[in-house]
Design a protein. Structure first.
Length: 405
């Protein structure tokens, strides 16, 4: 049952090359920042780092959520590839740390020529009555406190779940002590996740980029976007490991289940997208419609409609049928498109606030994204090598072996 993963030279070189591209893009961005001193360029530099760091933090945290949900449901279907979400979740601390540093630098150091923080406007409210009215929640102390607590807890649970899973391998056969510890800890994490991802984190990190606007559906919307991207990320790693001779316990039935999650939550995301949009369109209140006017009718309209096509039309046309969810190539193709599509989704959540009509997707945006992707590949692949890919002595291992769709 021992299934060890060794990092292929090609994967390692690819990850290092992507990291190098990201570093070069960052250096180029810093050089442009120092040479130009244009407010839009300065805002773009920080907004891109905010976009990618928050996006990668949220999609990797999904792996912790999946482990906790499966543990509470006592689901055996995930055991065959549980090491994948464990490895991803164990590295949330990397992206959480980067995101926290970026956000704190924006909050405490970023200002334009007029002394205004154009990314988080609530930092410099001036005489704006709306921003002053929200200052009890939107202030530096609350922002830093919530961010540190959220990132710290997510990082703790990500590493703790993996450590407890590995500890089970050396426990006495059929011993349930560790199993029930994970069960109870999963309940605690889901409570924490509900109070962070489902509420405060998206409000503070993303929605407050346009602090005059708000949506009661926003946290659920960002969760759906992150969840379908996170499941797609898990699928890509499972397919990669299968193609390299690992994860022999994973069958087409497990792949079908992952495909179901990708399809179902693409539809769930669309439901929330439509619900948020329709209610704001129907009410036609200026304070709310300003958000969509800039995105749908303004310079971001290309991103707005591409977002809808990639994240709804493609999944429903390509992976709705049973055969497509059992085809490795189709699932891999769609997983990559879904991740890119929801990267665009987060782009249009964040960029219109600080950049207004001056948006770009060129060498800097793509380079920083590739850098984060390289860090993810390097960190997860190294974590996967440190233990067997089969969670030996897991109480539900037999159930996953006989798993049927």
């Amino acid at each position: 049952m021992n299934d060890r993963f060794e990092i292929p030279g090609r994967l390692k070189n690819t990850s290092l090359a992507l990291i190098a591209i990201g570093v070069l893009a960052l250096i180029g961005g810093i050089a442009t920042l120092l040479m130009g001193h244009i407010d839009v360029d300065r805002a773009r530099f920080w907004a891109v780092l905010l976009h990618d760091s928050v996006f990668f933090t949220l999609i990797t945290t999904v792996s912790i959520f999946v482990q906790a949900a499966a543990s509470l449901a006592q689901g055996g279907w995930i055991v065959a590839y549980r090491r994948v979400p464990e490895a991803i979740g164990a590295n949330v601390w990397i992206f959480g740390t980067i995101a926290a540093v970026v956000m704190f630098l924006i909050v405490f150091t970023f200002k334009d020529a007029n002394g205004i923080n154009t990314i988080y406007e609530w930092v410099t409210p001036g005489k704006d009555k709306i921003l002053l009215g929200k200052s009890a929640f939107l202030n530096k102390g609350m922002f830093v406190g919530f961010t540190l607590v959220i990132m710290g807890l997510w990082a703790f649970f990500g590493r703790k779940f993996r450590a407890m899973s590995i500890a089970q391998e050396s426990a006495p056969k059929n011993d349930t002590k560790n199993y029930w510890k994970v069960f109870r800890l999963s309940g605690v994490f889901l409570f924490v996740y509900a109070l962070s991802q489902m509420s405060t984190a998206p409000w503070l990190w993303i929605m407050s980029v346009q602090p005059h606007w708000y949506s009661t559906l926003f946290s659920w919307y960002t969760f759906a976007s992150a969840f379908v991207s996170g499941m797609s990320l898990i699928l890509l790693w499972v397919v990669y490991l299968k193609n390299h001779g690992n994860l022999k316990l994973v069958t087409i039935e497990h792949m079908h289940d992952l495909g179901k999650f990708m399809f179902a939550f693409s539809i769930f995301w669309t439901y929330l997208w439509f619900a948020q949009y329709m209610l704001i369109w129907y009410a036609n209140i200026p304070d709310e419609t300003v958000y969509f006017k800039l995105r749908q009718q303004g310079p971001y309209s290309v991103i707005f409609y591409a977002n809808f096509i990639i994240n709804f039309c493609m999944p429903i046309l390509i992976i709705m049928s049973r055969p497509s969810k059992r085809n490795y190539f189709t699932l891999t193709f769609m997983a990559m498109f879904i991740i890119f599509g929801h990267w665009l989704d987060f782009f249009q959540m964040i960029m219109p606030g600080p950049l207004k009509e001056h948006w770009h997707i060129n060498w800097y945006e793509i380079g920083i994204f590739m850098g984060f992707a390289g860090i993810l590949i390097y960190a997860v692949s190294n974590t996967l090598t440190k233990s067997s890919l089969v969670p030996e002595n897991n109480l539900l291992l037999k159930e996953t072996v006989v798993h049927l769709s």
